[in-house]
Design a protein around this ligand. Sequence first.
Ligand SMILES: [Zn+2]
Length: 460
Amino acid sequence: MALAFRSPNHHDSRSGAASREDLLKALETKFPASKSIDDEPAIPTPDIFASLLDDDHAKNEEQLPRIAECAVHLRMLEAFLVLKQKVATSNALDRAFGIAPKDTLTTVCGKRCRKTDTTFKERRKVKWNLFVRMAAWRFLDWWKGAVKTLPPLDVLMVWHAFLLNHSAYRNFCMTPVDASQRLAKEFPWKEIHNALQDDKERFFNVSSDVESTFSDHHGPFDLFKALSDHDSHSMMLKDALEKLASSPELQNDLAPAMLYFNSATQPRLSVSDQTRIQTLKEMVERQEKFVVNMANILWFRSPALAGTLERAIVRYSRFLAFFKDREDANKMPLVPTLDIDLVWHTHLCSPALYQAGCKHFAGRDSINHDDTLAQALLNDGFVSTARMYEIRFREEYNACLCWPCEALRSELGSMKKANGEVDFAAIAKKVQEDVEYYQVVELARRTGKPLPAKRDVEVL
Ligand SMILES: [Zn+2]
């Protein structure tokens, strides 16, 4: 799947880093292509995820998210973006949703010409809108069910967005009856990691048991596939979707479409469920900017992934501690940087652990992650948070987190740990080579070319 990501290099204009043309040339001339799967580089390196296998890992209140969980989080956000792009560009889904270009023939200067339908692009956007609503409905249905195996990606996307709105999620878990065990449910990082291992074959790969446990109760596991294959299914879906797509006032009512997915129960959406679907859809939409930010900076495929996440976790723990001294609600909001926000989001995905962490690090019952604040207030809050951070820790708060800057930080960090003589020229050379190699691998991945052969890691 080709992604419309920006170059992973933020610093292009400042440092004169390699252009796409330079990288293409390097891919063809400088790096020999891999000859077999075994010869391909593993990016990120599998040991990043090793701690996920550690089932005995003690969960205590001081337990912040680990590097592995943050890394799976990044991979999952990338999967959400790919899903959105698949929906947006799918012709099969255009057909399923009854959206077609209305090209018309006109006569210009005596010649018959085809006039392109300029509304088509705009009308296609309704697909994602409806897809997220369906996902929200499916989430509610899955949530009400007794068995909670790993849900499909669309349901996961809604669950994830909901978790990030901690207060709303906690209220939802507690009403109408106290269901603390729901709150204590751990986010399935390990299962998600396993499902997203292979991004070439099947997109979100689960065992047939997991698939049938879901589909026995809640409709097809793969919503995208089910909608794409609609030609071979009942015409009811087509009718329902055409109605939904063509009449905005019907968009709140997903019941007709859901008849197809779950004909046994013939769902009628209650007013409260309709409101919930709308709220959940808006939560997913508010996350989309962060998803795009993560895709642009692309730490997941950078040479410094482990270092970036390790530093981010430390920075997040400091950020959390800032809440300790802030009794006054009228003070400026504390505003995170992108890396701190990633760890914060990861922490929020395990609500019980998050609450314990807030108590331990910030002396609070919980801290809400408010993603609805106005931009002007966020800007002022960011400036004041940066000032506090820099005074307290004598470190830059809003540092550049692009690949070369992060690779350099990682190298310097490991030098410091090794406590040896620092050879700056050697470090600079290594960072440059690492970044170029990773960029070339990424370019090959995106353009579907054979990946460069894996290389031996040089130890300075
Ligand atoms: Zn930079």
